[in-house]
Design a protein. Sequence first.
Length: 245
Amino acid sequence: MSSTIKNAALIVASGRGSRVGGDLPKQYQTIGDKPILWHTLKNFIDHRQIDAIIVVIHPSDVALYEDVIAKLDDAKILPHCFGGTQRQFSVTHGLKAISHLQPQNILIHDGARPFVAAKLVDDLLLACESYLGAIAAVRLTDTIKQVRNSADETIEKTLDRQFLWSAQTPQAFDFNAIIKAHADISQMGENKLFTDDAAIFEHFDIAVKLVEASQQNIKITVAEDFEFANLILANLKLAKQNGDI
């Protein structure tokens, strides 16, 4: 593999996923007949614009992870690295582990989000030609209420949904810009924690483009999500058989 590449994917797969239940971390539980992480990786392996993939895993999951990649064409997959105690730290570890390749763009993606579409990856990379960051997101269609405080579940106000989007992954960034942002945040101490990487750019007032995604691009979080995921998988299989995708 070249010492420099254009586009890389960083898959965050070190979480425990306790809300989903089961004996295994959720990314190693199956939809169809394969682990969720297998489906996630396959999408990036098959994408023509992705040159390399690094996966951040939990130290306890090495055997599970190696079993997943043994069933894939792993030519694009780099040696894994281990995550940290928080997602943010895991991403930082992954960015450092791939920094020797100096990719132009990096797509950061949840290991338990197995249905990212090839067109969405294309659209994100296109947006990165004009912005330092671009994220997958969907417009909110429900009416959103804000409560008075976390202990008082009474409404304070209704938010204007025309300005509200639900963030997903992948989140695509100029590599040099995102690794610098993570390094700068790390210098501020462990109290500076963010729920996604776009929020780190927001902290530094760096513009991030929203790229419209699909409700199909779900993150498997609770047990009920498996039923929906299996339905999506069956529909995708049928669409491929019919030549629709």
